[in-house]
Design a protein around this ligand. Structure first.
Ligand SMILES: Cc1ncc(COP(=O)(O)O)c(C=O)c1O
Length: 437
């Protein structure tokens, strides 16, 4: 009592009391119900660019050397990306999909083989396996991290299984301590789909260097971006030599001869020039995302109903392409996720749902009727595959319960993280009303 009187006197004396009515007038109604949004909806634009990109592109235009065979930018980028990731070698490609395609070919994954991977990924991860006429064998998820659960691979290996594809979704590392011993036990290759995980690290080592190789995407939304682009890294230089040959119609860079058949998957000098320019900001952007993610983690830990997805202790750096969270509907009085997302969007915070279940893809459901797959695998195996692939309860739960937002939001000033947490609290308080709306 005494304390509050003293405070009031102090505030009156300093004029602070005059500001109080404004504070009291703060609109606590959810924006979805006509209240004032917590945030104005403005976030850092992506991509970030300036004269560095413009000059780099102009330089290539003026040089007339637009193809990697004539210029030096692609070579320069590959050297720089190998250095950035600590890998012994790197080859770039037209995009992430084709870096996976190249690496799978070089690993010898071919028609009639099987590859283990999570279905909680962008569909390119399994499309490339299917294009090889190999079977993507879907593994259940760890519902805490949303990533492949190594323990769930048990029982899925047969004589056709050639490889595991751990996908480091959102930039968070798959539990490689579980993947690698399993791969060694069954003599399987490990192709890391690191298309969302530039410089993420497992136990201090960049992703792509624990398995046989790692593939990256530089598509427009990505943390390192040239509109389209991709790369493969590995500590096995011979492997990258073979990838290099594959991406260049089978021509070896180590001398004459066509040892393997390949394709044209070369990055252009323009893309490499943009990537080199983007790399000048990459470290700082990575630090900003990490710091903001850590801060938001700490805020959300004290916020009911939404909590960050687990990052394993072995993941010594998360690349934060996506900030991933659990949404617990029960803690919001049963408010369905779709309504929660709508309410958050109305608050100016672009939370959204990411991947839906792979059972939505007709081409996967119809695979047991595909003529080529029937020839290669037989009806019995495809029926068994279908039963197993669409019966992944933990993965289905992840599809229903996750919410996320993209990397550019983590480039915002710290106060925006406070507003994100405040918006969650506001929607939590108003959940009952929102549910009725
Ligand atoms: C996990 C994953 N794998 C593969 C790809 C394919 O990369 P790209 O779009 O560069 O072909 C992406 C791209 O979004 C991805 O997120």
């Amino acid at each position: 009592m005494h304390q509050s009187t003293t405070r009031r006197r102090f505030m009156a004396a300093t004029g602070a009391l005059a500001a109080a009515p404004t504070l009291q007038a703060v609109d606590t109604r959810p924006a979805m119900l006509g209240g004032k949004p917590v945030h104005n909806g403005k976030f850092p634009k992506w991509p970030v660019f300036d004269k560095t990109e413009e000059n780099a592109l102009a330089e290539v235009v003026r040089s007339g050397a637009w193809f990697r065979g004539y210029g030096k930018k692609v070579d320069e980028f590959e050297t720089a990306y190998a250095r950035l990731t600590g890998a012994k070698a790197c080859v770039s490609t037209v995009n992430g999909t084709n870096s996976l395609y190249t690496a799978l070919n070089v690993m010898g994954v071919t028609a009639g083989d099987e590859v283990l991977l999570t279905p909680f990924t962008f569909l390119a991860s399994f499309n490339v396996i299917l294009r090889q006429h190999a079977l993507p064998v879907f593994v259940d998820s760890d519902p805490e991290s949303f990533l492949l659960d190594p323990a769930a691979m048990e029982g899925l290996v047969n004589e056709r299984t050639r490889a595991i594809m751990p996908v480091h979704i959102g930039g968070s590392c798959v539990n490689m301590d579980g993947v690698m011993p399993f791969a060694r036990k069954h003599s399987l290759g490990v192709l890391e789909d690191a298309c969302q995980a530039w410089t993420a690290q497992w136990r201090g080592k960049n992703v792509g260097r624990t398995g046989t190789a790692g593939c990256f995407s530089f598509q427009a939304s990505k943390n390192l971006n040239s509109g389209e682009g991709g790369a493969i890294i590995s500590d096995d230089e011979e492997f990258i030599d073979r990838c290099h040959a594959f991406h260049n119609q089978g021509r070896s860079r180590r001398g004459p001869g066509y040892k393997i058949s390949g394709s044209n998957l070369r990055l252009s000098e323009f893309q490499a020039a943009v990537l080199l320019a983007q790399m000048t900001r990459f470290d700082e952007q990575t630090r900003t995302r990490s710091a903001n993610a850590a801060y938001l983690d700490s805020l959300l830990k004290e916020t009911t109903g939404v909590r960050p997805a687990k990052t394993y202790e072995g993941c010594t750096r998360n690349a934060y392409h996506i900030y991933m969270m659990h949404y617990d509907q029960r803690q919001f009085g049963g408010l369905p996720r779709a309504k929660f997302l709508k309410a958050m969007n109305a608050e100016g915070i672009p939370f959204r749902a990411g991947y839906a279940s792979h059972s939505n893809f007709e081409f996967l459901r119809e695979l047991p009727k595909d003529r080529a797959f029937l020839k290669l695998f037989g009806e019995k195996r495809l029926q068994e595959w279908s039963r197993q692939s669409f019966d992944l309860p933990k993965f289905e739960r992840v599809c229903q319960e996750h919410v996320w937002f993209g990397q550019n939001i983590l480039l915002a000033e710290r106060g925006v993280m406070d507003r994100i947490a405040e918006a969650v609290r506001k929607v939590h308080r108003g959940a009952a009303e929102i549910a009725k709306a």
